[in-house]
Design a protein around this ligand. Structure first.
Ligand SMILES: [Zn+2]
Length: 147
């Protein structure tokens, strides 16, 4: 089951994290402040961007990530990107979208309700999965067992 926006707001509340919207600088769609347990989202984002950004910042909150500087910051950022993709894209939905739109990334991202960045992060995970000798068929089978 992939996350929806209401379940993400509920998750934030259950973690004691407050979510605000404000006009953020252009380079920034979301911020997590671990000292104050606050997530701030840019108010100009689309629904898809808001969903993906809130999921991403919630993962930072879940791990109590502090800042994005240094090696730990890079590692934490990669973890947030990967876990966001896994939380928001269902393998069966991905396969259906890929077949339906013949791999067109824009149409697939719209169908899946995620940003192009999240779709791209998911595809990177799939490539890594395949490079480790796992088949996509097995990944889909695991996903349907867990569904
Ligand atoms: Zn981040």
């Amino acid at each position: 089951m992939v996350s929806d926006i209401n379940s993400l707001y509920d998750e934030a509340a259950s973690m004691g994290v407050k979510v605000y919207e404000a006009r953020l600088p252009h380079c920034c769609q979301g911020i997590y402040d671990d000292d104050r347990r606050i997530i701030c989202l840019d108010q100009r984002m689309s629904q898809r961007q808001t969903l993906c950004t809130l999921q991403h910042e919630l993962i930072h909150a879940r791990y109590r990530d502090v800042g994005c500087a240094g090696r730990n910051g890079v590692r934490n950022e990669l973890r947030a990107q990967r876990e966001t993709a896994l939380a928001l894209i269902d393998p069966m939905g991905y396969r259906t979208a890929e077949q339906m739109y013949e791999g067109d990334k824009w149409l697939m991202s719209v169908e899946l309700g995620v940003t192009l960045q999240v779709l791209s992060d998911y595809q990177t995970l799939l490539r890594e999965w395949c490079c480790q000798g796992h088949s996509l068929q097995q990944r889909y089978a695991d996903a349907s067992v867990n569904a």
